[in-house]
Design a protein around this ligand. Structure first.
Ligand code: ACM
Length: 806
C-alpha cells in the first residue's frame, strides 16, 4: 500500500469510529456511498439559487458524498413537529420534481443500506433563525439549524441539490459543507391582486415557489382604485360593489352578460376563509404575508362602495377601468379614520404578521385643496398644507396599529408632510431616495425601486413577451441592483431590512403572464436579498440558471425564457438579395450553434462567430450550448424576401419613448390578442434602414387600444395630427417624421374592427436605405391607434400580396 493508501485507511478507520450520538453511523459498504478518490480537489460549486453564503470542501471529502435514491430516508428527531413538517415538504417536492420517493423516519435507526438525510436541531448554532448548515459526506446528508426556518431553508437547498438538471431518479451528491444565512431579513415579492385578480390556488402556488427561493415576505396589494379584493365583514359593500368592474374598451363594452343584459363584469375577491387558509399555507413555508390596504389615495373602489369616505360629492357611477392616478382621496374625518381602523382590525385578525402596509403613494391632493370642509378642518387643526394632512392621517393610523402591536409600512410618500410615525417602515419605490431619507432618520426601510425591481416592465424586446410596461428590465438589470446605497453609513445601512420585487398587474391580465413576468427574474432578486456580496457573481448566476429553468419546468412554473433564448435579427444583406443575420442571447451563456438545412442544431454544429450573410430562402435554426448541453430552446427562422423585411412594433424604434407600454389591442374578450409596443404620449414608430429599392409597397397591421390612462396634465400634451378623411389615416414619411410623405393609408377599413386589420399601399421608388416614420392622424385619443407590424413588400401590393390579419 502506498503512502496515499495508508493515509486513506487511517481516515476510514477514524470515520468508522466516529460516534454519531445515536444517529446511524455511516457504513462504507452502503450502496449510497460514493467514493471520490483520485478526483482533483477543486473548490465545490453548488448549483443553488440564491448562492449560499459559504460553500467548502469538507475535511473528509475524500470519503465521498451521498447517493439519494428511492427509499432513501429522511430522519427527524422524535417530538419535533416542525422538523417533521420540513421533512414532509422536502419529501413532497423531491417526489414531484425528481420522481424520488423518500421515506420519513422519526428517530430510531435507519435500516442498513438506506442513504440518510438527517434534519437536526443544533441549539445555539447561529443566532439567525434562518441560518442552517448542510453537510454531504460519507453517505449522509445532515441539515442542522437552531430554528425551524433554518431547517426549512436547509431543506430547500437540498431540494435544489437533488434537482441539478431536468432528469428524474437518483442523484449522486458530492461532498460539501454549506454554512448559510441570509444577508437581509426582508426578502419580498409584491403581487397586485387589485388591478387583475388571481385565484387563491395561484396565490398559494406562488407562495410555494417563493419559499423555494428562500423569500419570506409576500406583500399582497389587495385594494386599489380599480378593485377592493378583501372581504371585510363589517363593510360588505367593499367587495359587493368594489370588487367588480367592466374592463376598458369597446370589446368589453360589447360583451353582454345574458344574466344582466349589461356588459359582463370582471373581478373577484378573497373571502376571509380563503385568506386564513392562504396565511396558514404561507406560514408553513416561513412566508409572512404583508397585506396592503391603500389610504388615503388609490381608494376609489371603497369610495364608490361607501361614498361618505370620499372627499368630493360627485364620484363616478361605477368602478373605473382606467390605469394611473385618480384624484379621489378618502376624507380625513374621524368617521373615515374610524372606518379604516375597523377595516384594519379585521385585517390584523386575518394576518398575524407584524407589518401592515397602508399604501400612501400617489395621493394627489386636488380634492383636498378644493373641499371647503377639508380646508376648514385643516384650519381648525392648525395643519399647514395637504401633505401635512396626509401625514396626520398616516399618524392616526400608525398610532392605531402601534396600539395593537403592529408596525405601519408605507410607500415612500409617507415621508412627505412631517416626521414619520414612530416605528414606521418606508418602502422605497421612487428609486432609493426614500430609503436613504428613512434610514438617515432612523427608520427601517425596504428597497423596492422602480424600474429595476418592478416586474411589470418587460424583460426583453421580443415580440412575444407578455404585455407590460415598455421599459426593458432584463434579468441582468435585476441581478446588478446594489442594495447598499453609498449615501448611507454602515450603521444607517442596518435600517435596510431588505429588498422586494413588485408585480403590478394593470397590463398583466392572466396568471400565466404573471408567472412569465416574475420568473426567472425572481431568482435574481432572491439572490440580491439572500447572498452576501462576496458570493454574488453574475457569470456564476447565469451558469446556475439552466438548472433553475429546469426546476421551474418541473414545478409547472411558466418562466420566461428571454434571458437564454437565441434571438434572430434578420435584415436584407448589403446587396438586398440575401439575409444578414445576427444571433445573440440576452445573457451570453454558452456558444450559439446553428444549422441552415432545417436540421436540429447540436453541440458540434457550426459556431456563430459574427453576422451571417445567407441566401434566400434559408431555414435557420440555432441554439446555445455549454459543456455539450443545450442551454436554450431552439430558435427557428425562415429567411425569405418577406421575413427579412418584417418588423413587429417591438422591433420598430419608438420615436420618443416617453411612456412606452407593451399593450394588448381592444380585441375579442376571449382568445388571442395582438400586443403592440406603443408610446402612449407620442404614438410614433421608426422602421430603421428600410432598403427602398426592394420596398415597392408596404402592408401594415394596425389596431386600436382603449386610452384608459389617468395621466393628469400629460394628456393635454399629446399632439393629435388632424385627419384629412373622417376616420383618419396612417402616414408614412421618409427619413424623419417631418420628411416627405410617402404613403397615406386610410384607416376607414380598420375602424369597425375590434381586432387588427392589414392595410396596404404602394411606395414610390427611392434609392438606398432610409428610415421610415409612421404616425396616425386622429380626432380623438380614445381609442388610440397602434401598429402591430410593418411588412415591406418587394412588389407593389395586390390583394394576393397582403394576407389580411397575417
Ligand atoms: C407605486 O408604484 N405607486 C408604489
Amino acid at each position: 500500500m502506498g503512502r496515499r493508501g495508508a493515509r486513506l485507511s487511517r481516515a476510514i478507520a477514524a470515520v468508522m469510529m466516529l460516534s454519531l450520538g445515536g444517529w446511524t453511523a455511516p457504513r462504507l459498504a452502503l450502496p449510497g456511498f460514493i467514493t471520490d478518490l483520485g478526483k482533483p480537489k477543486t473548490p465545490p460549486v453548488v448549483n443553488v439559487i440564491p448562492a449560499p453564503a459559504s460553500v467548502q470542501t469538507p475535511p473528509l471529502a475524500l470519503l465521498g458524498g451521498a447517493a439519494v435514491a428511492d427509499g432513501s430516508v429522511i430522519l427527524v428527531e422524535p417530538g419535533d413537529p416542525e422538523a417533521r413538517q420540513v421533512a414532509g415538504y422536502l419529501q413532497a417536492h423531491v417526489a414531484r420534481t425528481r420522481g424520488l420517493n423518500l421515506e420519513i423516519v422519526e428517530g430510531g435507526r435507519v435500516p442498513a443500506g438506506r442513504a440518510v438525510i438527517v434534519l437536526r436541531r443544533r441549539p445555539g448554532q447561529d443566532p439567525n433563525a434562518e441560518a442552517y448548515a448542510l453537510d454531504v459526506g460519507r453517505g449522509r446528508v445532515a441539515i442542522t439549524a437552531a430554528q425551524a426556518p433554518g431547517l426549512f431553508y436547509g431543506a430547500v437547498t437540498l431540494w435544489q441539490l437533488l434537482t441539478p438538471d431536468a432528469g428524474r431518479g437518483p442523484v449522486a451528491l458530492k461532498p460539501v459543507h454549506i454554512a448559510d444565512a441570509p444577508r437581509f431579513a426582508w426578502r419580498g415579492l409584491m403581487l397586485d391582486s387589485a388591478r387583475h385578480y388571481q385565484s387563491p390556488e395561484f396565490i398559494e402556488r406562488l407562495i410555494d415557489v417563493m419559499a423555494l427561493h428562500k423569500l419570506n415576505r409576500f406583500h399582497w396589494h389587495l385594494t386599489d382604485d380599480q378593485a377592493w379584493r378583501l372581504q371585510i365583514l363589517k363593510y360588505p359593500r367593499l367587495t359587493e360593489v368594489g370588487a367588480w368592474r367592466v374592463p376598458a374598451g369597446a370589446a368589453a363594452q360589447g360583451d353582454i352578460d345574458p344574466a344582466t343584459g349589461k356588459p359582463r363584469l370582471y373581478g373577484g375577491f378573497y373571502t376571509q376563509a380563503q385568506v386564513r387558509e392562504i396565511v396558514a399555507y404561507a406560514a408553513a413555508r416561513h412566508v409572512t404575508i404583508v397585506p396592503e390596504i391603500e389610504m388615503p389615495g388609490h381608494g376609489l373602489s371603497a369610495v364608490l362602495a361607501y361614498p361618505e369616505l370620499g372627499s368630493d360629492g360627485d364620484p363616478p357611477a361605477a368602478i373605473q377601468s382606467d390605469w394611473g392616478v385618480f384624484p379621489w382621496l378618502y376624507n380625513p374625518s374621524d368617521h373615515t379614520l374610524g372606518v379604516m381602523q375597523d377595516v384594519l382590525s379585521e385585517v390584523m385578525d386575518l394576518f398575524p404578521g407584524a407589518d401592515i402596509h397602508v399604501g400612501g403613494d400617489e395621493a394627489v391632493k386636488d380634492q383636498w385643496k378644493a373641499s371647503p370642509t377639508i380646508q376648514a378642518q385643516m384650519k381648525a387643526m392648525g395643519i399647514r398644507d395637504e401633505d401635512a394632512l396626509q401625514s396626520y392621517f398616516t399618524h392616526r393610523i400608525g398610532e392605531f396599529l402601534d396600539a395593537h402591536g403592529r408596525k405601519l409600512v408605507g410607500w415612500d410618500e409617507i415621508l412627505n408632510g412631517g416626521p414619520l410615525p414612530a416605528g414606521a417602515t418606508v418602502m422605497s419605490w421612487r428609486g432609493i431616495g426614500g430609503a436613504i431619507t428613512a434610514a438617515k432618520a432612523g427608520h427601517d426601510t425596504v428597497l423596492a425601486p422602480a424600474p429595476t425591481l418592478y416586474f411589470d416592465n418587460r424583460q426583453a424586446n421580443r415580440a412575444d413577451e407578455p404585455p407590460g410596461r415598455g421599459t426593458t428590465v432584463s434579468l441582468r438589470d435585476v441581478y446588478l441592483f446594489d442594495p447598499a446605497p453609498a449615501a448611507l453609513t454602515a450603521d444607517q445601512r442596518k435600517h435596510i431590512l431588505g429588498v422586494q420585487a413588485n408585480l403590478w398587474t394593470e397590463h398583466v391580465r392572466t396568471e400565466d403572464r404573471a408567472e412569465a413576468m416574475i420568473f426567472p427574474r425572481l431568482s435574481a432578486s432572491a439572490e440580491i436579498g439572500w447572498s452576501p456580496t462576496a458570493v454574488r457573481d453574475w457569470t456564476g448566476f447565469t451558469e446556475r440558471l439552466p438548472a433553475q429553468m429546469d426546476r421551474y419546468r418541473a414545478l409547472g412554473v411558466g418562466a420566461d425564457d428571454a434571458a437564454l433564448a437565441v434571438s434572430v435579427d434578420q435584415s436584407p444583406s448589403a446587396a438586398g438579395d440575401g439575409a444578414l443575420v445576427r444571433l445573440a442571447t440576452q445573457i451570453g451563456l454558452g456558444d450559439i450553434r446553428y444549422t441552415t438545412d432545417g436540421a436540429a442544431p447540436g453541440p458540434t454544429s457550426p459556431a456563430y462567430a459574427g453576422p451571417l450573410t445567407l441566401p434566400l430562402p434559408t431555414h435557420l435554426r440555432a441554439a446555445a450550448f455549454k459543456g455539450g448541453q443545450a442551454v436554450s430552446p431552439v430558435a427557428d427562422a425562415i429567411l425569405d424576401p418577406l421575413t427579412i423585411r418584417h418588423r413587429t412594433s417591438q422591433q420598430l424604434k419608438l420615436c420618443a419613448g416617453k411612456l412606452p407600454l407593451n399593450l394588448e389591442d381592444d380585441g375579442p374578450v376571449a382568445g388571442p390578442r395582438a400586443v403592440f409596443l406603443v408610446d402612449i404620449l407620442q404614438p410614433c414608430w421608426i422602421y430603421e434602414g428600410a432598403d427602398m429599392p426592394h420596398a415597392l409597397g408596404l402592408a401594415v397591421s394596425v389596431g386600436q387600444l382603449p386610452f384608459n390612462f389617468q395621466i393628469g396634465a400629460d394628456r393635454d400634451k399629446i399632439v393629435l395630427h388632424p385627419p384629412r378623411a373622417p376616420d383618419g389615416e396612417l402616414e408614412v414619411r421618409l427619413d424623419s417624421c417631418a420628411g416627405e410623405l410617402l404613403a397615406s393609408l386610410p384607416l376607414a377599413p380598420a375602424t369597425a374592427s375590434t381586432g387588427v386589420t392589414t392595410l396596404a399601399a404602394p411606395l414610390p421608388p427611392r434609392i438606398g436605405r432610409h428610415d421610415l416614420c409612421f404616425t396616425f392622424t386622429a380626432k380623438h385619443l380614445d381609442p388610440m391607434w397602434a401598429i402591430d407590424w410593418v411588412q415591406l413588400l418587394p412588389v407593389e401590393p395586390t390583394p394576393a400580396a397582403v394576407k389580411p390579419g397575417a
